[in-house]
Design a protein. Sequence first.
Lengths: 460, 447, 455
Amino acid sequence: MTRKLITGLLFVCASAGAQSSPAVAIVNAKIVRVSGPALARGTVVVRNGLIEAVGENVAVPADAWVVAGEGLTVYPGLIDPLSTVGIEGAPNAAATAGRGGRGAATPATPAAPAAAPAAAVERARGPEDRPSTTSWLLAADELQPTDRRIETVRSAGYTTTATFPTRGIFAGQGSLIDLSSGEKAGDMVVVTALGQYISLSRGGGFGGGFPSALMGMIAYVRQIYLDAAHYQLVKDAYAKDPRGMERPAYDRALEGVLASKRILFPANRLVEIDRMLRFAAELKQPVVIYGGRETYRPEAVEVLKKAGAPVLVSMRWPEAPRDPNPEDTDSLRVLEQRDKAPGAPALLEKAGVHFALYTDGLEQPRDIQRAVKKAIDAGLSREDAVRALTLSPAEIYGVADRMGSIDKGKIANLLVTKGEIFDDRTSIQMIFVDGRKYTPATDSTGGGRGMTTNPPGGIQ
Amino acid sequence: MKLAVILLACAAAAGAASGESILIHNADVYPVVGAPMKGVSVLIQDGKIADIGAKIVAGKGVRVVEAKGLRVYPGMLDSGTELGLSEISAVRVTVDTGELGEFMPQLKAIVAVNPDSEHFGVVRVNGITSVMTFPSSGGGGGGGGGRFGGGERQMISGEAALIHTDGWTWEDMEINRSAAMHLIFPAIAGRGGRGGGNPDFGPQLISTTAGGTYTQARRTYEEQIAKLTDFFDDARKYQKARAANLPGFVRDLKFEAMLPVLDRKVPVAVSASRPSAIHDAIAFAEKQNIRIVVLQPHELGSAAAELKARNIPVILGRVLALPETEDSPYDEAFTLPLEAYKAGVKFAFGTFDNEFVRNLPYQAATAVAFGLPYDEALKAITINPAEIWGAGDKIGSVEKGKLADLMVTDGDPLEIQTQVKHLYIRGKEVPLTNKQTRLYEKYSSRQ
Amino acid sequence: MNKLLLGVLAAVAPLWAETIVIQNANVMTVTQGTFKGSIVIRDGKIVEAGEKVTVPEGATRIDAANQYVIPGIIDCHSHIAIDGGVNEGSVSVSSMVNIRDVLDPEDIAIYRALAGGVTTANILHGSANPIGGCTLPIKLRWGKDAQGLIFEGATPGIKFALGENPKSAGNPQGGRGATTTVQARYPATRMGVEDVIREAFNEAKAYKAEWDEYDAKVARGETSLIPPRKDLRLEPLKEVLEGKRYVHAHCYRADEILMLLRVADDYGFKIRTLQHVLEGYKVADEIAAHGAGASTFSDWWSYKVEAFDAIPYNTAMMVKKGIVVSVNSDDAELMRHLNTEAAKAMKYGGLTENQALSLVTINPAKQLGIDNRVGSIEPGKDADLVIYDKDPMSDYAKVQKVLIDGSVYFDRDTDISQRAAKAAEKQQLIEKEKQSQPRQGGRGAGRGGQGGQAQ
């Protein structure tokens, strides 16, 4: 009852805020701009959802609501380059890469929901049946602002997420969304179409049949791209002169593929990274690799560098199995993965490979903080860690002109902490999404369990 | 007691099977239990080795087999087969291993041995004169015949028999129908696992991967051990009640079958692949005061000393197998026999398969290539298994008084290129033909 | 992959560019006799082999006194080094898939096979479909990436399968390979297997005609043409019809072997190899007449009905009919001792030692069309060599060293000497992990089976 009322009030305020709210000025705070050197003591002015000004000597507008920033640090809001947040019912760890294969300590098979296959689903007899494909889907069309995970990950400092449909082989295109608590899904969308999410696994209630093996999935992806190119050719010819020409049939699977300006390919092991990079080159598609578990290996860094492809590294670091048979030891390969995977970001950074970190289903602020800390402990500098969670993902998706750093004119997605980010004792004080201020429901470093059940922090 | 009488009767019948007297003349005899004797003769009479010596003269009615340049060895014994019980392993109706039921000690492999199985002829031409044939059970949680699925987990699958690879009937073929009671000891699944193993001989693996944890698997394991212990305890109670013979006592065939096990007359053949499993099996055997033979260990490790200390023999196989884990040395399985030998553990070889029983000597040879002394390899397919399976007085060596289970070869029997020239089972010369030689002949003549 | 193995490779890498001489060895060339002598290797190739060779200045010498050298073993039927499934069994014709796409250069089976003297293997799709996936030969260059495994320039292949496997895969009552299927997959009989192959080639012929017509138009200079749709399923079959792709057909029974030969005759293509071909001895004349090679097992039999008439004399009988015969493994373990598998043809059927050795060297090389590169010890060929301590036709022989392209990829002494270091490295990682998880004690009540119950 009370809760409903508050939510209602918040909404009224929110929509008003998005239009013409008074400015907010955070003064005398440390400002980690990411795009340039940090300001030890500066001011950020936010108005109408955008950063109006940032600098050491910025005048505070007369109408601004002032936040005293002494002892606070302002970061750009974190960007998760791959998640399913906002698409309700989507599996958490959907973005887990690859088909596991030997050496995967934690099973890397994407969490396939146990959806009963519809009785009507026929067993696919080949690529022509377009199995496991919903390439035409756009995450933006599937958004559910009521997804409780929005609030959860925001409390961990995320203001933006690249959310993807993840079922099937061609799952559809992801969208970049700001994690505001609005009622209209459309208000959240920053970029509608980020690229096609491709997984090399079945599942998602698509029924049986082709393809069943990895090589079948690869062949299927290859055939789809051949078909798409041919489809385009025929369509163009028909558009030019339809007379005397058989009308090409509409194929939404191919439409979805043609509309995708990049593809996301799963790859964890070195072998997979090498394989998928080669495959993307063969398909002549700009590719983003996701997973990246073995990017600590010099050969993996090498091939990524050579291909000039960015990689999204999962922060779900491989862990020792719980309650293992004490007689069993994992193979050297697997032990090495567990030992070295968190060190990959530092190595990628050093080698100049474009990478970003993604949550891979981690949601709780404490888990995320721990995961980042692991990479930092393994050699990644704090600055580079922040970059890998802000500007780098923005660059990978070509949206660095509007987010990812604290610069004038960019979207006012900010994270304000007391203490250095990713420290044990640091607490997130407030989060700005599209200029609207949120406070984490509880101390985000305190474990944060149960946070999703708390009402969202209102704007002031 | 009664069993022993039956055994004796059978042995006598077997001994009388062949009337022909044969003199293998002027051969090199490799008795296995002693030094080779060059240029001697072996006299076969009444199915037995009547004499060995340089100066034996063929008496009247004695057929002389000239064997100059040839060698005489005892016939080989494979300690892990399903011979006679399984014809075409992929076709269930031709397979008689893996009965239903959890505790089935009353089952006897011997009664289902098909003397006309094509497999016997195939293994004979390579010099295999006797085998252990197991009632088996599906490992891998299958029960009721492993690869065919269904049924429940089996723990005791019945009596394995030591048989000749030739005979008119299974009674004829018998050497020791109660050579071992086959116990499928529970085990917790591990990572890795050797490729190509026959699940029929393997332990019942309790999965740790299918959603469960080790703690859960361990609990299941202990429950199963408890169940097994209960069964043995019940058998002891039965034994006591039987001895008391009070009015109202009712015979129970399962427990009757357990009596020779409880009395240590029949050993229990226990599948155990890892040191911990071997250790647990030994602990179980000590507690139950039973004799055991360990089948198919893949790793001995710390268990080797325990086995040696208690004189527990093991059946090794297959030698030609992949390493257990990714990090294991590539020759792990090849060197296991050497490890057993160095530890002083008594062992024999088994192929643990039906289709490749004829390759038994080559498995032994691989062990030699990787360090096992040659004589030990030869013993492990002749005298050692004969002793392990309670027939050391009958077969396994070329000695006066033993059954004339002999192979005459043109060379080292462990070498692939060596040909068996003559084969004798209980003194009877067995033709070296089979389904395969018949097809060879038939299609060689195709115009 | 672990550092140590990389270390081995790094250590031997410099050998590649230099000159190596293997001396004092019993050299079994397969094609040019056996002699006691030397082999000179330069830039990965054999430049000289003979009783007396001129040893170049500064050559690295490998003393192989009392040892035996043979050409690297070639396995014409293997399923190692494949990621994510050996079969695309969902469809009767799975020619759109390609093993090349899923090579796994880090499969430990590669190293183990190498340790058994194998240097080249024909990596095949499984046998779930009458027409299976595309295949290719690889060299077992352990430590290289997937591309580095591929046998450069070798004609690719395609797997066919006849008999019990394709007819029972995907059919509810067919035990082997059956999956949970919505409906039974055609075919379920040998008749259906033939039909599936004919239907596919019928389609492939039409497809080829369509492309030929288009190519002709392009050649005539016609412009603004729309090419036909490229069909990955029919493309390999078109290549078969054009002789650009070899057919490797899994088969057992005489009837199905004959059936396939006749289908191939009808559609005008050749069967390059019949794989397993356990009843090949029954139709050896027909196989020889067609010109198909035969790649068989030494002595497998009776594991299924169609293997019940298998005889170990099959190899020798087919050789005597003039068929190019190889002995293959189809198994990661058996692959490690193909030398003695070949020797079985001496026991069963009386082949000579050289004939037997040919079964796993020059003959499979011929079958794969790579005999200009490998399969014998001859000047100009790749320096793919195996050094044994004893005659490789003996059970007692152990592989000592294996060279591919003149580089040592396996060395038994090195392997053994590095075991302790590898174990230590592993132990160190285990300890490190334990220390980093101080609070994870107390779980997992079990004590590793160390005396759980019965005391």
